[in-house]
Ligand binder design. Structure first.
Ligand code: FE2
Ligand code: FE2
Length: 238
């Protein structure tokens, strides 16, 4: 049973179906998910009782009752993140960059925000690509090996850092930076609102950015709120 004093992050962890509701209502469950539900509702000018009712009804929709990754191994979670979210970012970024170029070519002269959004997207793309590489090449193999060693299935991992907390702190800071760039694009586009006379490419670009933001929120939630705390706890033996 959801209560108003639970943090948004706790609710997202215990009830995966809540994520869809939080996304729809614009409640941050990812980098800023440490607020109690009541406070998050006030900040978003939402009635807390209505939000609890929406969470309750979402929990009964089978397709939303997604896998609870808290109960799976870290290796399974890492594989899921790479195959689902990293693959999505790598496929979607070039498409968004292409759409950005098209809308800037056609409408950039009259819509000053479009070249600005294009520049923010280029920066986000460059930073995210490096970020995914670091996770896939260094951090994720380390976590997988750490977990296997803990169950007697292989040697302890070796790395250039003392504990897993060091690269995790770096990855978390990079998540905050990516979140800030997404928020900047949302602000510049007035919540991805297309003008009345917008062409299909304009719609496709803003719809794509909105979906990209949603996927990145889910992706960062799995890392910040589930994988990273578990890896730190596992290594410290707590
Ligand atoms: Fe990732
Ligand atoms: Fe990440």
């Amino acid at each position: 049973m959801t209560t108003t004093t639970q943090t948004v992050r706790q609710i997202a962890l215990e009830q995966p179906s809540s994520i869809r509701v939080f996304e729809k209502l614009g409640i941050d469950y990812c980098c800023g998910g440490c607020k109690p539900l009541a406070e998050a509702c006030t900040a978003n000018r939402l009635e807390v009782d209505a939000v609890i009712a929406a969470l309750e009804s979402a929990s009964h929709i089978p397709e939303l009752a997604a896998v609870n990754w808290q109960n799976r191994s870290m290796e399974e979670l890492v594989n899921h993140i790479v195959v689902t979210h990293h693959a999505y970012v790598r496929n979607e970024l070039p498409r968004l960059v292409e759409l950005a170029q098209k809308v800037v070519n056609r409408h950039g002269a009259t819509k000053a925000e479009l070249p600005q959004i294009q520049a923010v997207l280029a920066r986000l793309g460059a930073e995210l690509t490096q970020h995914l590489d670091k996770e896939e090449v260094i951090l994720f193999p380390y976590i997988t090996q750490l977990e296997r060693a803990g169950t007697g299935d292989g040697p302890r991992p070796e790395a250039c850092f003392d504990t897993v907390a060091s690269p995790i702190a770096m990855m978390t800071a990079e998540h905050d930076a990516a979140g800030a760039l997404l928020a900047e694009m949302r602000r510049l586009s007035q919540n991805f609102t297309t003008p009345q006379d917008a062409c299909p490419t304009y719609h496709a670009f803003y719809d794509g950015l909105r979906e990209f933001e949603q996927d990145l929120h889910q992706h960062i939630h799995l890392e910040n709120n589930i994988l990273f705390p578990r890896a730190i706890k596992f290594q410290s033996g707590r």
